[in-house]
Structure formats: structure tokens, C-alpha cells
Design a protein around this ligand. Structure first.
Ligand SMILES: [Zn+2]
Length: 509
């Protein structure tokens, strides 16, 4: 049974034929079997359905290559630089234990629905839930393609120092009151011993339907032995590795202060870096880091909104790409991108590389910055490369049927210059409400602006009622405790911040 999907423009991301006017995509089950002009494909035998119209533009679905669904709860409530944000986010209250599974399920669904609404058909999720099953179930029910990365984390819950040493700097009374409260990151430790056992179980249970990734949270949040073990396990199981790397200036400083080298240099030295590795953020790489990552075939996932929101700055990704690095795109924590719109990430990624200091020191300033086509590659095929996923991110025969059907008439209102480049037009103008349909693995997830696989309205209402219940019961004690801890966090980082290396501009700007 075949379906023909047609469009006034088909944006294929296929380098040999990037745009097909009056084109069509022929789909059989979950695979693309042909991409050509409508005229030629209409003659194909066995077409049962036809989707699209003269007002449709067809695009590959987006791959969100660095994402956490678990911060919807903190949307609008926490806003600070990374290290303080992590502490403050832990001051938020949680649901009652008996509601935790339902909460995780709903949370994941409502969060992932926003991704689908902005054209994401594959998402990774680096996650720290108590139980992974309700989270995975939510993605499976929605039908989005999932790259799941349970996080490995065992240390440095408050600052980039052992918890014992940090706690010893606190007044004894405060030490006692925060003990066992799960503040900072201490509440979500998942060290190697239970981690790899859980990972293997999840892989055995879900490995045929989702991709499982081994994900040390970041070089500072795991021991060296755990990082080595993760790399070894990934090699043995043929799995990909993903981690946060050099997101903030203070993370870079952690490497310089405690490892006498950058975090990337340290990861290289302990044998962690290889072509199965992708790093979230990578804002503060040194020149040598960039060379090392390129040499080892490591992919960096750019998170432009989060990087600005958390005070980490602008990653010079056009320079990374010039150096030969593969750069993908991600939206990071849902609580950091309140608009939850992946199209915003594409636009911001493009615009941030046009700042004068990025453009004018270059040998050929007029070609600097990212072209619309390059940004689309970041949002599609490069995301696939980050997790070694052949066969997604393009509209090409043999590729999977992951597609966005854009309503070009709505997008072109009130005007669209007739000589436009279609990639640039979508980059500059598209909004989620211009998307008519989203198809993942040949299955329609969104049709006419409505999610068709789950009851969005009912599930959202139920999640809202759970939130209201949490807010009603919260007494502000956790937040107050966090407030008391904040000056001690500032005191720890102050000498690091005073180092001339701390806020010096990242490489290649
Ligand atoms: Zn992240």
C-alpha cells in the first residue's frame, strides 16, 4: 500500500536535488520509495492515498539531538546562570510518590507534543526519572521516534567539588538541615552499578522500538572510572555515547582547575572520545578542543536558546563547521525554552552566527554565518549522524518516511517574495501553526493542527490538575533552603571566576 505526498515545493535535503518544484514523495509503509516530480510519480502503480495540495511544502522531519523533557515543571519559575539554575531547580516541589509515574508519563507526553507541533519527528531525551518506563511509554504512545539517554551521574551535587568537601564549608546547622533533602543534583544520583544494570534491562525490553544511548551527564558529574566504563560498554554494545560538555565558562574552569586541561582534553586523554560520541552545548571549546573533536569524529549539538538563557553565551558553530566538525541542533531542557518551538532554534542558530565579531575577522566575511540550507542540515541529517542513524533526515529513496507538510499559503501570508529560496523562506517565516501535518515512521502524528495519536486536551488538563495540587501543597521550605545555600555556592566559584581564563572569549570567535 503506497501513499503519495505532494507539494508545490519538496525540500529534500538531498545534495543532488535539494528542491523539487511540483514534487512528490512516494511512501510504502514507513519507507520512502521514490522522490520526484508529481507528474512522474502519479503514474506509479498501487497508490492508495494522496496527501498534500498545491499549497503544501514538504520537508524532512526535524531531529532534536539534545533535549530533556523533565523541566516543564520549572518553566517560568527558575531563571539563572547554569550552576545556580541547577541548584534553584532542585528547590521546586515534586508530586506525591504515588503520583510520580503518572506525572512522568503526562509530563513527557505534554512536553513531546510541543516538539511534534514544531516539526520534530525524532527526539533524543537525556533523562533522570525514578522509573524510565512511564517516560518511554509516553513517547511510544505519541509515536515520535525516540533516542533515549538515561543519565549516569554520581557526584558534584552542589558545586564542581565532592559533596563532602562542599558540605564541610557550611555552618553545621545548615549541613544538618540539607542532609537527605536531595537538593542540587544529589537527589538524582545514578552511579555505574545500578546504571548499567538498568540500561541493559531497558535495552532488552525496548531496544527494538527505541534507540538506547549511554549518557554520562558530563565529565564533572561522573568519576573517571565511570567515564572509562561507559566508553567500554558503548564499544562492546555498539551503542552511542552522549554527554554535556563545556557548556558553561565554569565547566571549562573545572577542567583547568582540577585536571590542568580543558574538559575535552581530559575526555580525549581517558579514551572517551570517538565517532560514536556526541556532546551537548560545546560553547567554550579551545582551539585544541575543536581540532581534537574533529580528529575523533565527535558531533557537537548546538542549543542556542538554552546557551543564551543560562548565561553561557554563543557557541561559534560556524567556525566549528569550517574546521570540519559535524554540528547538530537541540532544544535542551523544556523549562529553558518556554515557547517550546524547534523552529525558533533553527532561526536563532542562523542569526547568532551573524554577529560582527563572528563575521568580520574571517578571510571571506561575506560568506560567513550559516546558510539556511546548513541550518536545515544541522536540524535533520546532522542530528541523525550524532546518533549514527542512517536513513533519517532527508527525503530520499530508502530513507524513513519522516515528514512535515507545511501550509505554504498560511506561511506566505501576507507576502512572500516570489524569488525566495524555499529553505530560507521556511527558516525566516515558519511557525508551528503553519504546519498541517507531521508524519513519523510513516504514521501521521499531527493532522490539521490536531495531535491524532493521543487525547492532548484530556492529558494536558490532567497534568495541570497535578501541578495545581503540587503548588497548593508546597510550603516554600525547599526554596528557602536553596536560598540559604546560594551564598555558599557563590563563595565556592568566586576564586574560579576571578581567573583570567574563566570568561575569556571561546575559541575561534
Ligand atoms: Zn542539556
Amino acid at each position: 500500500m503506497s501513499t503519495l505526498i505532494r507539494g508545490a515545493q519538496v525540500l529534500t535535503l538531498d545534495p543532488r536535488r535539494p528542491v523539487i518544484p511540483n514534487g512528490a514523495v512516494l511512501v510504502d509503509d514507513d519507507r520512502i520509495v521514490a522522490v520526484d516530480t508529481l507528474e512522474s510519480l502519479r503514474k506509479s502503480p498501487g497508490i492508495e492515498h494522496e496527501l498534500g495540495s498545491d499549497d503544501t511544502w514538504v520537508l524532512p522531519g526535524f531531529v532534536n539531538a539534545h533535549y530533556h523533557r523533565d523541566r516543564v515543571f520549572s518553566m517560568g519559575s527558575v531563571d539563572a546562570p547554569l550552576e545556580l539554575w541547577l541548584l534553584r531547580a532542585s528547590g521546586l516541589d515534586s508530586p506525591a510518590p504515588e503520583l510520580q509515574d503518572e506525572f512522568d508519563y503526562l509530563h513527557t507526553l505534554v512536553s513531546a507534543i510541543q516538539l511534534v507541533r514544531s516539526g520534530v519527528t525524532t527526539t533524543m531525551d537525556m533523562a533522570w526519572p525514578i522509573d524510565h518506563r512511564p517516560v518511554i511509554k509516553a513517547y511510544l504512545d505519541l509515536g515520535i521516534d525516540l533516542i533515549y539517554a538515561p543519565a549516569l551521574r554520581s557526584q558534584y551535587g552542589y558545586v564542581y567539588e565532592s559533596d563532602e568537601k562542599f558540605l564541610a564549608t557550611l555552618p553545621p546547622d545548615l549541613q544538618q538541615r540539607i542532609a537527605g533533602q536531595g537538593l542540587g543534583l544529589t537527589g538524582i544520583y545514578n552511579p555505574a552499578v545500578p546504571y548499567f544494570e538498568t540500561w541493559s534491562k531497558l535495552n532488552a525490553e525496548f531496544g527494538k522500538r527505541i534507540q538506547l544511548v549511554i549518557a554520562p551527564d558530563g565529565p564533572e558529574w561522573c568519576s573517571e572510572a565511570e567515564l572509562r566504563q561507559a566508553a567500554k560498554r558503548a564499544a562492546a554494545d555498539g551503542a552511542c555515547l552522549h554527554l554535556h560538555n563545556t557548556e558553561s565558562p565554569l565547566e571549562r574552569q573545572w577542567g583547568l582547575q582540577t585536571r590542568t586541561q580543558t574538559p575535552t582534553g581530559y575526555l580525549g586523554e581517558i579514551g572517551f572520545l570517538g565517532s560514536n560520541v556526541s556532546c551537548g552545548h560545546g560553547v567554550w571549546y579551545s582551539e585544541q578542543d575543536v581540532e581534537l573533536l574533529v580528529a575523533r569524529g565527535v558531533v557537537t549539538v548546538h542549543n542556542p536558546t538554552s546557551n543564551l538563557r543560562l548565561g553561557n553565551g554563543i557557541a561559534p558553530v560556524s567556525a566549528y563547521i569550517d574546521a570540519g566538525m559535524t554540528v547538530a541542533l537541540g532544544s535542551d531542557g523544556q523549562g529553558l525554552t518556554e515557547r517550546a518551538n524547534f523552529l525558533d532554534e533553527l532561526r536563532l542558530a542562523a542569526y547568532l552566527q551573524r554577529i560582527p565579531s563572528a563575521v568580520f575577522p574571517a578571510r571571506d566575511p561575506w560568506t560567513r554565518g550559516l546558510s539556511a540550507h546548513t541550518v536545515f542540515e544541522m536540524a535533520t541529517v546532522n542530528g541523525a549522524k550524532a546518533f549514527r542513524r542512517d536513513g533519517i533526515g532527508r527525503l530520499q529513496p530508502g530513507y524513513r518516511a519522516d515528514m512535515i507538510l507545511m501550509n505554504a499559503k498560511r506561511m506566505a501570508t501576507p507576502y512572500l517574495w516570489p524569488g525566495h529560496d524555499p529553505y530560507a523562506a521556511v527558516l525566516q517565516k515558519a511557525e508551528p501553526n503553519h504546519i498541517d501535518m507531521v508524519i513519523s515512521r510513516g504514521k501521521v502524528l499531527l493532522d490539521g493542527g490536531r495531535i491524532v495519536t493521543v487525547d492532548e486536551e484530556r492529558l494536558t488538563k490532567r497534568l495541570q490538575s497535578l501541578y495545581e495540587d503540587i503548588w497548593k501543597k508546597q510550603d516554600g521550605k525547599r526554596r528557602a533552603l536553596v536560598k540559604e545555600l546560594e551564598p555558599h555556592l557563590f563563595k565556592f566559584f568566586k576564586p574560579w571566576q576571578e581567573q583570567p581564563t574563566c570568561y575569556s572569549t571561546p575559541a575561534r570567535w
